[in-house]
Design a protein. Structure first.
Length: 476
């Protein structure tokens, strides 16, 4: 279908090069077929020929956003609205750009304006819901998703987004139903398939999860995350032979991830199978502990900012890894807050220092450091006796934590961070499961490969223990 349309549009632009509508049609076709560079060129040509056409400008803006040129995309949508102030699509698309720029308050304004102009815009309601969810306004997000689905019962993306909200709340059955509905509408919806697999995995339905992950890979075999989860499920079901075969295939295809790196270490502990680890062969050698009190105005920059966030109407997510505490919802660096922007800037600077510190290393996670990455952060508050159970950050590349508040005069090791190659139940002996205990105090920052298992030792104090945790998440 698209091939015929593209051929026709190319013929039209060749025969009638001054016909802006032909270029506009070609730009839409190129964008829908993933030819983004060609789409930008065609849309720019359409804008040059149809300078007063609001749709042409917003088409260009959508394509510019798709290639990551957010500032230029914003200008295109603004130009469209100068021409046609009541253009719903331009308001809606401009909101999406603002959300990508982490200016969520402006994004909300754009989506609400689009809805005021067209209350039946399912897309605007769904986009507003995603923005509310990122801001931690979960009840408002839920209402938006339900409205979008009511307006368009076949809106697969709205079902998927609603599913993510329910999953974060711990409503796994509801999330599963939403993902299945999204898949029934669009059987090749990779994100919904992968998310359904994760829910099944969390329910310990490992064989069903593997089947769904394999279905997701039939849609897009390049997505490492589904390969990761197949490995995890097979490891958890003690399917030794199948796990090893899957791991060998993973490695033979040159893939690399923190999850696979962790499982290679754990397989050595559990099965005594030695494999070359493409992520990090010796992750315990790449744990960096630093005192930020000596470098920054820690109280004003970190303590006051995070205290404000915890006292705000910020909502918390279900987190089964936390005993006696809570974790903030979403990514705090998505909030449009100058204090958080300053913290993010400092963390990115310290990550750069980490890379310089290990510049001579040949470890895979450093040699194949992502060209671009997002910083995903959250706050954890633990109360008396609280602890964080062993885990890794599966989508991370480099993980880190900044200790905002650690109670003073704790007994030895209370509240400390433990990083290890595996989990305590991977083997009946601890000889192979090497671990380091890090003595953390207020102002400590610890950076380590995301493949390392880590947990905290329970502490006894009437004061809360507050940590800002974060991940480098590659942009693939």
């Amino acid at each position: 279908m698209y091939a015929e349309a593209e051929a026709l549009a190319l013929t039209m632009t060749r025969d009638y090069p001054k016909d802006g509508f032909a270029w506009k049609a070609l730009g839409i076709i190129f964008r829908n077929t993933g030819k983004l560079t060609e789409a930008v060129e065609a849309n720019q040509k359409a804008v040059d020929l149809l300078s007063k056409d609001a749709e042409a400008h917003t088409n260009l803006g959508v394509t510019l956003k798709a290639i990551g040129n957010l500032d230029a995309a914003l200008l295109s949508h603004k130009r469209a609205l100068e021409i046609q102030p009541d253009f719903v699509d331009a308001h809606n698309n401009m909101g999406s750009v603002y959300r990508a720029l982490k200016k969520n308050v402006k994004a909300v304004n754009c989506f609400e304006k689009a809805i005021s102009l067209n209350p039946k815009s399912a897309s605007a309601h769904a986009n507003l819901g995603v923005t509310f969810q990122e801001l931690g306004r979960l009840s408002s997000a839920e209402a938006c998703y339900k409205k979008a689905i009511k307006l368009n019962p076949n809106y697969a993306v709205a079902y998927y987004n609603f599913g993510t909200l329910l999953k974060e709340r711990g409503q796994l059955d509801g999330a599963k139903a939403c993902y299945k509905k999204a898949i029934s509408i669009n059987p090749e919806y990779y994100d919904a398939l992968h998310a359904l697999g994760r829910v099944l995995e969390e329910l310990s339905l490992y064989k069903e999860a593997v089947s769904v992950f394999r279905q997701a890979l039939q849609v897009d075999d390049s997505r490492t995350f589904s390969h990761d989860q197949i490995l995890t499920c097979l490891f958890n079901t003690n399917e030794r032979h199948e796990f090893i075969n899957e791991l060998d295939n993973f490695l033979a295809n040159g893939r690399i991830s923190a999850t696979a790196g962790s499982l290679i270490s754990r397989a050595f502990i559990k099965y005594e199978i030695k494999k070359q680890n493409p992520f990090c062969q010796n992750p315990l050698s790449y744990v960096l502990h630093k005192n930020l009190l000596d470098i920054y105005d820690f109280d004003n920059t970190f303590v006051q900012s995070t205290r404000y966030l915890l006292k705000s109407d910020q909502q918390f997510r279900r987190q089964t890894l936390i005993v006696g505490g809570q974790q903030t919802f979403g990514n705090i660096f998505d909030f449009d807050d100058s204090r958080l922007r300053q913290i993010e800037k400092i963390i990115r600077s310290e990550i750069s220092n980490y890379l310089l510190h290990y510049a001579s290393s040949e470890e895979g996670f450093l040699r194949r450091w992502p060209k671009e990455y997002n910083l995903n952060g959250w706050l954890i508050s633990l109360k008396n006796g609280g602890e964080l159970l062993p885990h890794i950050h599966e989508r991370g590349w480099l993980s880190g934590s900044i200790y905002i508040k650690v109670p003073q005069n704790l007994p030895d090791n209370d509240g400390n961070l433990v990083v290890s190659l595996g989990n305590e139940n991977d083997s009946s002996t601890s000889v192979l499961n090497k671990a380091n205990t890090i003595n953390v105090r207020t102002g400590s920052m610890v950076l380590f490969p995301a493949s390392l298992m880590h947990h905290t030792i329970p502490f006894e104090s009437e004061e809360d223990r507050i940590v800002l945790a974060f991940d480098v998440v590659p942009r693939f």
